[in-house]
Design a protein around this ligand. Structure first.
Ligand code: SAM
Length: 265
């Protein structure tokens, strides 16, 4: 029976951003595929694999024992970074969980984060909150990418303490989008009061580096967001509430801006 671990494109992308030779902390490890695959391809020295739930913890333990990797992959049961000593790992991966859960996990142990120089995140939801919180905490955005797996589009972000785009540089990218989309303000598609805040919201939602990719996947990702907005607008139109009119206008402005972002060359 083959024990080799096969990662899908989502985890492969997360793995691709892990620097070589590090001590990895994989939080929310579930089956521990990521640390196992990274160790077996000699990409990491050792790992601590953590999960808060008994079932995933047991499956990680079983997978690690089956490969006799207990000495190099330490599987621990616990919440977020709590089972770690400060200084034990220097890179963290958090994949496949909600963005707000990730932020709660990271903010709970600043002493552990002190020794971490790279952080690879694959949040499912709350992407803009994650991006803004990371920049607020002084992390640099090294790379971010969209990846498709089983017909779903995922986002992977790689942060570093000393390499990548800092907050001021990313603000410059944001300002360039404000300039590029300015014609929509001039032709009356958007009201001046909302223009800047809506562009900012969209840049942090889609990702300042991802927006520069101009790939088919980005175009699909934007179309999915537009469909979500269109559904929200239809729901709003069914309501008789007069206050909803302002909200409907804002959603239609957001739709126009997303289209502006999508077609900009
Ligand atoms: C959908 S799985 C993702 C597994 C793997 N990281 C991946 O991306 O394929 C999410 C895992 O995170 C774990 N998890 C959720 N909250 C956690 C927390 N606060 N601390 C540790 N693990 C957590 C869950 O138990 C679950 O096993």
């Amino acid at each position: 029976m083959s024990l080799s671990v096969t990662m899908g494109p989502r985890l492969q992308t997360v793995a691709s951003y892990v620097p070589n030779g590090v001590n990895l902390g994989d939080i929310g490890t579930d089956h521990a595929y990521l640390p196992i695959a990274l160790y077996e391809t000699q990409r990491i020295s050792k790992a601590v694999a953590i999960d808060v739930h008994e079932g995933p913890y047991q499956s990680a333990l079983t997978a690690v024992k089956a490969r006799h990797l207990e000495a190099v992959i330490d599987v621990r049961l616990g919440d977020g970074l709590m089972p770690l000593e400060s200084g034990e790992v220097n890179v963290l991966t958090l994949a496949g969980m909600g963005g707000r859960t990730m932020l709660d996990i990271l903010s709970a142990r600043p002493d552990v984060l002190e020794s971490v120089h790279d952080l690879i995140l694959q949040p499912q939801g709350a992407e803009s909150a994650v991006r803004l919180a990371m920049l607020g905490d002084g992390w640099r955005l090294k790379a971010e990418r969209l990846v498709e797996e089983d017909d779903r589009i995922y986002v992977v972000m790689a942060y570093s303490k000393d390499d990548g785009w800092d907050g001021a540089e990313l603000q410059t990218i944001q300002r360039s989008w404000i300039q590029r989309l300015y014609p929509l303000l001039e032709n009356g598609s958007i009201l001046a009061a909302e223009f800047q805040s809506l562009v900012q919201k969209l840049v942090w939602h889609f990702g300042p580096l991802i927006l520069d990719e101009r790939t088919d996947l980005l175009s699909r990702y934007m179309n999915e967001y537009k469909s979500m907005l269109a559904r929200r607008m239809e729901q709003m139109k069914k309501s008789n509430n007069t206050e909803i009119i302002a909200k409907i206008r804002e959603v239609s402005e957001e739709l126009a801006l997303v289209e502006g972002l999508r077609i900009w060359q």
